[in-house]
Each structure stands twice: as structure tokens, then as C-alpha cells.
Design a protein around this ligand. Sequence first.
Ligand SMILES: [Zn+2]
Length: 215
Amino acid sequence: MGQQHTRRHSSPSPLSALRGLVPRRPLLYQESLRIAELQAQLLLDLAGVKEPPVPTDVLSLIPHMKVVYLDDSPIAASAHWDGRDWIIVVNARQREPRRRHSLAHELKHVVDHTTRSFLYAGTPRMAPLEQAERAADYFAGCLLMPFGWLRKASADDCRTANEYAIRFAVPVGAAKKRLTQVGLAPENSRQLPLLPVDGWPPARLDFETAIGAEA
Ligand SMILES: [Zn+2]
């Protein structure tokens, strides 16, 4: 009696939860990258995924999300709202690792749909659109290759970018980029991090802090 409270509204939809991580104020680009990483972590938490490779059906957590594979798509992938569903179109001719990365990239565009004006204010050196594209790539890297998992793979037996790429089912180029971002690139392939940030090039420590690689 009097105990029949429903919890219908106690947890937001995954999409709302991801968007809820974005403060409603103009953000520095580095803050936007950090938020991309937090969103990727949250999605993995919500999906209960704890090890690689991340299954692409984490997307099925997002309501009204449909993925269409097209043989004759002129581009790698795209996302649009058709009035009822989010449609992510992926070029079916890409190899599976590339398709997974493209899907994750497009998912970030969907997540950003209502918050992009806060996330990507643009700078004299980088237009808002460019920031959004790079953040989508960064999100894809964080989602498919979380830092903690990379560190574990490194402690196990992963040595080359190829080995990471196989374990995480991602393109080799994406693995190289992510390993560099988190400071795990093999010695012989170390290079400057590929993510452009304002004030580039920052001190290495600054960069790692900026992208939350210390976590
Ligand atoms: Zn894009």
C-alpha cells in the first residue's frame, strides 16, 4: 500500500544519457574530446561490454537506430534522421574492421546532434565541422579501443599495431593512431599524436591530460 511507485522515468534513454554528459555551455575542443571519451566509456558500461572486440550491436541500445549496408555507397558511411529513425548507411565494400570504425564514427554524429553547438565552437585554425569530424574519429577510437583494454593487451602479449588491430577488430591505421594517443605506440613507430589540438604541439604531459589518457 502506497508502495507501487513506478520507476519508469528513473533512467534516461542511452542517447539522453550520452548527451547528458555535455555541459550546456561553449566548450574548448579539448573538453569536447574528453567528453567523447566519457561517452564511449558510458556506452560500454551501459552495454556491459568488458573486453574486445566491441560488438557492433552496442548500437542496438540506441532506440530508433538502423544500420543499412550499401554496396554502392559513394562514401564510407553517413548518418541521417528520416523523421522516425536514425539511419546509418555504411559502405558494404569496406572490410569489417573499417565498417566497425565507420559505424562508431557515425554514432558520434548522432549523439552530437543536439549538442554540437556547445561541443564545436570552432577556432581560427579549425572550423566547427572539422572539429566534429575529428571528435567522431576520436570517439570511435575510444569506443573500440578503451585505454584500459589497450594497457591490458600491452601487458599481455600485444606488441605491434597489427596485433592490436586483430585483437580489437579495427583497421591497423586506427590502432596506430589510438596507440599513439595513449602513449602505447611501439618504440619504433612513435610519432607525435595525430589529434590536432589548439596550441599544438603541446607538451606531451599536457596532451595526455587533455585526452584523459591518465585514467
Ligand atoms: Zn563524419
